[in-house]
Design a binder for this molecule. Structure first.
Ligand code: ADP
Ligand code: GN1
Ligand code: MG
Length: 368
């Protein structure tokens, strides 16, 4: 069945308010297929919903995934209400199926879920200004703090070894060995770049293993387009894309925001001369994140924040490069060499961070 017919069928399984008058794809994430469903209510108002086809190639157990999302969103909802906030806008809200399930599974085994649409807010692929980025940092820091007492043992690991950088490196090595689509010859330089940093891949895993940094409940995908920014107030109001909320390290959450948001160019920019890690943006984010977590950081975590940014950027580059070598089976692509372009921006950022290392450390010191 084609995706349009699938969506039409999925729509029939949810109770939308009013009559569906439009459905349009939203192109943002690399993983799920996201649609905006527009309904017309009895009094001729438009009401929107988000309908997502869950990528079950990646999320192998949708029951567990959705149980996590339900538990996390209801936990946050309670706190938002206690704090006098607006639970319709400050957390995702799941609409169950007509049968009361968390998602709808069609005959092909494809899975669909519906969220209330957060109106008058936008997600960005590129930072518009340092102030917005600062706001996103406060919100991600705050999200981290909100979840600090969440019972971690109730969470399923939706993707095993998700941010295990050593495992990611090993998967790259396997992909090089296999060379499934004969692309290794095109990326000798990129492979060497990674292999020269093999030791770096162990740093965070070792710290976790030795218990030198705590395992916390983290978001694990804190890029800028996973946070909704209010169009009027410009405040970051809602952290979205909760599929990878799992036990992890705060260094990755801090780092992934820097990787994506402090870059002066898009993640898939082909002109690498445009790609830098902006120290102005790094500073804005560091300040906001530390304010957001309200001091809930250990000394080791503080010290390792710059390393968090560098390692997750290296890891993400490794993942893009691996996918390129495996024939683009994981991340969605829109053009040839898309994953390679993405890998290259990540490696350029790693190099730039290495050159700006002292500056990054000094900025962190200033706010800790
Ligand atoms: P992916 O896992 O593919 O990244 P996301 O859950 O991040 O999917 O959703 C993709 C995009 O859809 C987001 O960047 C955002 O622009 C939009 N979106 C997702 N959920 C909502 C929502 N509840 N309200 C409004 N827009 C949303
Ligand atoms: C994916 O789902 P999305 O587009 O927010 C990926 C992240 C990567 C990111 C790179 C489940 O995030 O881990 O860091 O692309 N999500 C998953 O942009 O693999
Ligand atoms: Mg996303």
């Amino acid at each position: 069945m084609d995706i349009n017919s699938q969506i039409d069928l999925a729509i029939q399984n949810f109770d939308f308010e009013g009559k569906v008058i439009d459905k349009k794809p939203l192109k943002k994430g690399h993983i799920n297929d996201t649609f905006c469903i527009v309904c017309e209510t009895e009094n001729k108002q438009n009401k929107k919903y988000i309908l997502q086809k869950i990528n079950t190639n990646i999320f192998k157990n949708p029951d567990e995934l959705m149980e996590n999302v339900v538990n996390v969103t209801s936990y946050i909802r309670k706190i938002v209400i206690e704090n006098g906030g607006n639970p319709e806008r400050e957390t995702l809200n799941i609409i169950p199926t007509k049968n009361g399930e968390n998602y709808y599974k069609d005959k092909d085994g494809d899975c669909f879920r519906v969220y209330k649409f957060i109106e008058d807010a936008t997600t960005y692929d590129l930072v518009q200004n340092a102030q917005d980025f600062y706001e996103s940092a406060v919100a991600f820091g705050n999200f981290q703090r909100l979840l600090s007492n969440f019972p971690a043992n109730t969470l399923y690991e939706t993707i095993p070894n998700f941010h295990n950088t050593v495992d990611r490196l090993n998967k790259l090595k396997e992909a090089i060995q296999k060379d499934a689509v004969n692309r290794v010859k095109n990326v000798k330089e990129e492979i060497d770049f990674v292999l020269n940093r093999e030791k770096d891949c162990h740093i965070i895993c070792d710290l976790l293993e030795k218990g030198e940094i705590p395992l916390r409940v983290t978001h694990n995908d804190t890029k800028l387009n996973n946070i909704m920014i209010d169009n009027k107030t410009k405040k970051a109001i809602c952290v979205i894309d909760l599929d990878t909320v799992m036990p992890g390290t705060l260094l990755n959450d801090f780092g992934d925001s820097i990787r994506f948001g402090a870059s002066t160019a898009l993640e898939d920019e082909q002109d690498l001369s445009k790609v830098e890690c902006s120290m102005e943006l790094f500073e804005a984010y560091t300040k906001g994140f530390i304010e957001g977590v309200k001091g809930n950081l250990t000394d080791k975590e503080k010290e390792m924040l710059p390393m968090g940014a560098k390692i997750i950027t290296l890891e993400c580059g490794i993942r893009f490069l691996t996918d390129y070598l495996q024939g683009d089976t994981y991340f969605k692509i829109d053009r040839d060499n898309h994953n390679l372009d993405r890998a290259r921006t990540q490696f350029k950022l790693v190099l730039d961070m290495e050159n700006k290392w002292e500056q990054m450390k000094n900025i962190v010191k200033k706010y800790c």
